[in-house]
Design a protein around this ligand. Structure first.
Ligand SMILES: [Zn+2]
Length: 257
């Protein structure tokens, strides 16, 4: 299938970029049509290259690629959105790095997921434009909705363990199960994390409302933000560790044979 010199086009976001040889760059793309893909941008480090400015980190670009023997090669690039403020303001840029790293760790190569691509593009756009006071909440929205699109939707309306509809009496979070527990199930899980009603409600808001609505939460207190961050981080940790372990296992098998 991978015939040489076959050209194809796709829209993409540049997730990672590293030097390759004398003048080239190795890019990790997240594409609308093919999921994550590592490609080569030849001559991208030469300032005279017409394509150089179009393959900057986190740019959203329309690319033309040529199928290569190992890595596909960027043959044309046009910026769709350069996210200017995101590159000028360090807090915005650092959240973009976080989003890109999380996405890179939780997705495999060539796993097509158009809704996830749309989430990434929406997230970068919002990190570029939203008031700075809401940047961390955009990251929380991304975590919550990425979990959803990868098949780990956090349970915020029904108990994670017994599926009973949750009431405001629920005050425990199961990191292993990925969501809220009803009071009965909470009593059976000693490692459940305490969660306040305002944090529970803020998570529901983030899961139910569109990304643009995140701005409405910018007055949330710092302790509440930290609480939301803590439960989502605890939920992501076992998924990230499992994925990293699967990579270690694959490497062990590969090098043993
Ligand atoms: Zn329950």
């Amino acid at each position: 299938m991978r015939g040489r010199d076959r050209l194809y086009r796709t829209e993409a976001v540049i997730l990672r970029r590293s030097d390759f040889g004398e003048a080239d760059r190795l890019l990790t793309l997240f594409t609308a049509r093919y999921g994550k893909r590592r490609v080569l941008a030849k001559g991208a480090r030469k300032t005279t290259s017409r394509r150089a400015g179009h393959v900057e980190l986190f740019n959203r670009a329309e690319l033309q690629l040529a199928t290569g023997r190992n890595l596909d090669i960027v043959t044309d690039a046009q910026i769709v959105d350069a996210y200017k403020r995101l590159h000028e303001e360090l807090p915005r840029l650092s959240y973009a790095y976080y989003v890109a790293e999380l996405l890179d760790k939780l997705t495999g190569d060539d796993e097509e997921n158009p809704p996830l691509y749309n989430l990434v593009v929406d997230t970068l756009h919002t990190l570029d434009t939203i008031p700075a006071a809401a940047l961390d909440l955009v990251a929380r929205f991304f975590e919550l909705h990425m979990l959803n699109l990868l098949g780990y939707r956090p349970n915020l309306f029904n108990c994670t363990s017994c599926q009973t509809p949750l009431t405001e009496a629920a005050d425990r979070w199961s990191a292993a199960g990925g969501g809220m527990l009803c009071p009965v199930c909470a009593g059976l899980e000693p490692h459940a994390l305490p969660i306040s009603l305002p944090a529970f409600k803020a998570l529901r808001f983030l899961q139910r409302e569109p990304l643009a609505a995140t701005e409405q939460l910018q007055r949330l207190s710092e302790p509440l933000r930290q609480e939301i961050e803590r439960v989502l981080r605890a939920t992501l940790r076992p998924i990230l560790e499992r994925d990293l372990k699967s990579v270690e296992f694959l490497d062990a098998v590969r090098f043993a044979s």
